[in-house]
Write a protein that binds this ligand. Sequence first.
Ligand code: PLP
Length: 416
Amino acid sequence: MSGSHAAKPGKAQPAAPSKGKPFDAVMGTYARQDIVFARGEGSWLYTTSGDKYLDFGSGVAVNALGHAHPRLIAALTAQANKLWHTSNLYRVEGQEVLAERLTELTFADRVFFCNSGAEACEGAIKIARRYQYVSGHPERWRIITFRGAFHGRTLTTLAAGGNEKYLEGFGPEADGFDHVAFGDHEALEKAIGPETAAIMIEPIQGEGGVRQVPPQCLVGLRELCDKHGLLLVLDEVQTGVGRTGKLFAHEWAGITPDVMAVAKGLGGGFPVGAILATAEAAKGMTAGTHGSTFGGNPLAMSVAGAVLDVVTESGFLDDVRTRTLRLKQGLASLKDQFPDIVEEVRGEGLLCGLKMKARVQPADVVKAANAEKLLLVGAGDNTVRILPPLNVTDADLSEGVERLSRALSRVSKTLS
Ligand SMILES: *Cc1c(COP(=O)(O)O)cnc(C)c1O
């Protein structure tokens, strides 16, 4: 027997999980599809049973450069041969280099590294509250957020998102968030009070259904924050690192936030998150105010550095925008082809959505796409997300649109 763990008495040794009978040992928090992938390459995933899927979900906007990108593998293995982890008790060279690059590329002067999107959002909330505290406004600690938002699954980020379904059964909702209807300017102005510290928003609601904040509204939010002494906190966990055709989505609006949460695409599949802030916004984040054991670990830093190398190469984002046009044209033609089931094409860059007519369930579209060996991701507001890798080839893009067309035919047949 390997290891020193004796099997629990009365329990048989588990056999390999068979199709349709996954192990029960994994907590049942996900409604998973019964597909097991063994390996990936570019935009393609290969199952243990030999099937081949076109991946237009990218692990929910994480595999920004597809699967098994040679430069990411090289960066990870080179680092793996040198050093994995030291903790944040010591200087971590990779953090210093990556933070420097991120500050050169963005509005930010300071970066904190963490491991996930929820952690990045939670940290962003802490930074906003702390900023007001050290600015002589300890009473300003509330944050305005928006209906349909998603900021993560910690107790505080759940409260920030305010989705009743996710909050149920987990005790009193964490205080400190005032939820405003998406796009309701009047309600937003009214929600600002003497206790407001910040406004927190996704430039495009991802989980919420690819709902884009119009650029002029982001400009308005920036002005509102400046007028009231609030911080503008952007959650670019899903929209960041080239996903919308700019390095960060707020660049489309020509504004800058005070604080920004980043994760998903940053590590191209390696878990890493970051909180970016101006020096002013981060002025309260002194030694001891925040921390993470794993955050900014050398492996994560090396891979994130390689992702940034590729995404910031001259022409890369231009190519993302060209691919976007092709994809959007394809999706628009699908809307014309299936007017009874497709309501609207949404999104910016390769964060696209098809809002379906009320009688169509996004889950059924995802299932029909699976049957065509195409992976998509469901979302709120009756929407299906289309999130190919940023470096998807033209051929794969066309193939994806074709498969989606066949998937919509399937859905259409079940309705008539
Ligand atoms: C996915 C997501 C999060 C949460 O990220 P995790 O890594 O799952 O914790 C937060 N905000 C946005 C906008 C996201 O899309």
